[in-house]
Ligand binder design. Structure first.
Ligand code: KG4
Ligand code: ZN
Length: 340
């Protein structure tokens, strides 16, 4: 396997249009154009709207990543692109753009799994983390515990049986009228709230395994909001947000603790948009301190979707030569990643 040094990566799996230039573990540029304001009025991502905006934004985002990184297409050792999982129409915009740009100079292309990208964010500077480590990946579409023993893949140890943790944040924020994306909105509202004010169920903590579940929590909030009515809900929004956030974080931290009991891990890392959550970062810090383990927290802009993490994963995958990549297709659901 070669180690291409200068990689331009593209990521369009959901509602952020992203391109980044990465050299080894160094991020030279990391451009993220969020479409959140377009989706806010719908309280979530509308797939067709996302694809259309990706089409409008992608060329400018790529140009900006190259310019800020100080390189041209001819300088690249490889391009990388998210192949899945994600919204199929959104993924296809990134994939076809990457194919076209790579073909122009017969540059190799590296297709990347989005979840491996979240794991690989930990391999970037500052302070790259070397395997092995236990990684909690919690995003809008996925929530899983990954055993990372190599740079090329991971072993899924347990995952959510229903909603993702980010989805729970987004649905909760919608019920509380706090806006989209829900994670940052709940976190902000929770800052002035009391996490003991309301009791929400912390699912799956009596079950022995590493599976998680967040749909019951959302249902509990639906009932709470219904009982309270619109005025009392608005007045209690900070307390509701703080209590709801605590229930999500409690479950994630309990399962992390259980995974640590079950394996021999020296370090813990977080990945995915929910890893940006201040309460989750704080509580995971406490857990690691209690157990004398190293904790790796990547900067916020490398937690939520970005293309630098895709380039990082691509460093450890085989570049596909022109024209073999032209037949690649995007995939919507998670593929089974292998430990590497
Ligand atoms: O990884 P990501 O950017 O996209 C997906 O792959 O899904 O994750 C997006 C998710 C959204 O559900 C968003 O509400 C959540 O991450 N998120 C947060 C925070 N920032 C983003 N959740 C909790 N607290 C945050 N500060
Ligand atoms: Zn993601």
């Amino acid at each position: 396997m070669t180690d291409p040094r200068l990689i331009l990566a593209i990521e369009t799996s959901c509602d952020d249009t992203c391109a980044a230039l990465v050299e080894g573990p160094r991020v030279l540029s990391n451009v993220i154009s969020s479409q959140a304001s377009f989706h806010e009025e719908f309280g979530g991502v509308v797939p067709e709207v996302a694809s259309r905006h990706h089409l409008e934004l992608i060329n400018a985002v790529v140009a900006s990543a190259l310019e800020r990184g100080g390189a041209g297409l001819v300088d690249l050792d490889a391009l990388a692109v998210t192949q899945g999982p994600g919204l199929i129409g959104a993924l296809l915009v990134g994939l076809s753009t990457a194919k076209a740009l790579a073909s122009a100079n017969r540059t190799p292309l590296i297709p990347v799994d989005h979840l491996q990208g979240h794991v690989a964010a930990n391999f970037l500077e500052p302070d790259p983390l070397e395997p092995s480590f236990l990684c909690l990946i919690a995003s809008g579409g996925h929530t899983l515990l990954a055993g990372v023993t190599g740079t090329a893949g991971y072993e899924p140890l347990g995952q959510t049986l229903d909603d993702a943790a980010g989805e729970a944040f987004d649905k909760g924020a919608r019920l509380l009228g706090l806006g989209y994306p829900g994670g940052p909105a709940i976190q902000r509202a929770a800052e002035s709230g009391d996490p003991d004010a309301f009791e929400f169920p912390v699912a799956m903590t009596r079950e022995p395994g590493l599976e998680m579940s967040f749909s019951g929590l959302k249902t509990a909030l639906v009932y709470r909001v219904r009982e309270l009515g619109p005025e009392a809900t608005a007045a209690a929004a900070p307390d509701l947000a703080a209590s709801y956030q605590r229930a999500i974080v409690d479950q994630l931290v309990a399962k992390l603790g259980r995974a640590l009991d079950a394996g021999e891990w020296r370090a813990v890392a977080l990945g995915g948009g929910v890893a940006a959550n201040a309460e989750l970062r704080r509580r995971t810090g406490e857990l690691c301190e209690q157990r004398g383990l190293a904790l790796k927290l990547v900067p916020i802009e490398l937690c939520t979707d970005n293309a630098a993490m895709i380039a990082s994963a691509a460093r450890y995958a085989d570049p596909i030569p022109y024209p073999d990549y032209l037949e690649f297709d995007a995939f919507a659901s998670a593929s089974a990643a292998t430990a590497g």
